[in-house]
Design a protein around this ligand. Structure first.
Ligand code: ACO
Length: 329
């Protein structure tokens, strides 16, 4: 029997800073090359926020665009979920600032953290809330300002990341068959140390973090790479089972945009041809929680997917976390 469909996605939107940083710019900053970055990751350019812009500003811009496409107003929103590891401040939640900036006066608002899997985890929560009747118009936003927590002297990480936001509005499904068919999330906290920012929390407060250079992204790249390939494959397998669909049914795969080689391995495992796999990491780098909603919005804008199409999203990130979602748009 097919799953009950709780929620559907009415609109999406993005916010992408204008300022860019190319591989050639990075060649002047660290011992790297455009060739190395392109061969190992596929990235060419990433976007970087101006000093005055905060995470919540990008969230608000993306949210307003998603609301406009949905035909809803900010006052209609009852829940705002912001997935981020780069919130404006340690507390309160960035979602509180977003609520204020967009004027969503009737909403409850909170953040979640699942690194690059954040948007999928947020979508899973939104879908559950709507299924339980506890939410009706839910905003899920993935946003990162990673360029503020990158160690610009560490060539193994500083070439990878960028800033952006993507938002989606989820509402109760109608009876058309459109909506979130299934979600899947998983965590393995034993591997948390392989990708993290140790400083700035209560373990290493800001003064200690600065003194010991702990207030930036630390990543064991090759270990993360191997885990990512395995976990993305696992997330893909589970979502097809959970949604009761096959890879042949998929109109477009939207994978987390971290590394082209990880995406290629996932597509190969799913036996998907290149034209069914959306890749835009060459223009953004890894924008963590923002990468999937940004890619989805772009794919819609390019006419690659339309209402009724089956989109599968697969993510992996720090934690380790991984997850997936199947949506009939
Ligand atoms: N430019 C030139 N050389 C470099 C650079 C660079 N930017 N960075 C590293 N190197 C060198 C290394 O020092 C090493 O040199 P050596 O052989 O002399 O020791 C060599 O290149 C190979 O380094 P590796 O780290 O083994 O390279 P690898 O092929 O693994 O690629 C990368 C590194 C791109 C980071 C890859 O491991 C990767 O993509 N990992 C996964 C990242 C990821 O997916 N993260 C997802 C989640 S992110 C999140 O949740 C926020």
């Amino acid at each position: 029997m097919p799953n009950k469909i709780n929620s559907m996605m009415l609109g999406t939107g993005t916010a992408v800073p204008e300022k860019t940083l190319t591989n050639f710019d990075l060649e002047k900053m660290v011992d790297t090359s455009d060739q190395w970055i392109q061969e190992r990751t596929g990235i060419q350019v990433r976007h970087v926020v101006d000093d005055k812009i905060q995470n919540s500003d990008l969230c608000a811009e993306a949210a307003n665009k998603a609301l406009a496409e949905s035909g809803l107003s900010a006052a209609d929103v009852d829940t705002i979920i912001v997935a981020t590891v780069t919130g404006d401040v340690t507390f309160p939640s960035t979602a509180c600032y977003v609520q204020d900036k967009i004027g969503a006066i009737n909403a409850t608002a909170f953040d979640i953290q699942a690194a690059c899997s954040g948007f999928i985890f947020g979508l899973d929560i939104a879908d559950s809330l709507i299924g339980l009747g506890k939410g009706k118009n839910v905003l899920v936003i993935g946003c990162e300002v990673l360029t503020r927590i990158v160690d610009w002297e560490d060539r193994s990480t500083c070439v990878l990341f960028g800033d952006a936001a993507g938002a989606a509005v989820l509402v109760p499904a109608d009876n058309s068959g459109r909506g979130v068919l299934a979600t899947f999330t998983k965590t393995d906290g034993r591997l948390a140390h392989l990708l993290c920012m140790p400083g700035g929390g209560t373990k290493y407060p800001a003064d200690v973090a600065i003194a010991e250079n702990l207030n930036n992204i630390k990543m064991k790249g090759p270990e993360v790479f191997k885990a990512a390939v395995k976990a993305m494959g696992d997330a893909a397998t589970h979502i097809l089972e959970n949604a009761g669909v096959t890879a042949d049914d998929i109109d477009l795969l939207i994978p987390h945009q971290a590394n082209k080689r990880i995406i290629d391995a996932t597509a190969k495992k799913m036996k998907l041809p290149a034209e069914k796999v959306y890749i835009n990491l060459q223009n953004y780098g890894n924008t963590s929680a923002a990468s999937i909603p940004v890619a989805l919005t772009e794919a819609k804008e390019k006419g690659l997917v339309k209402a009724g199409d089956l989109v599968v999203m697969v993510a992996f990130g720090g934690g380790f976390t991984w997850g997936s979602a199947a949506i009939r748009l």
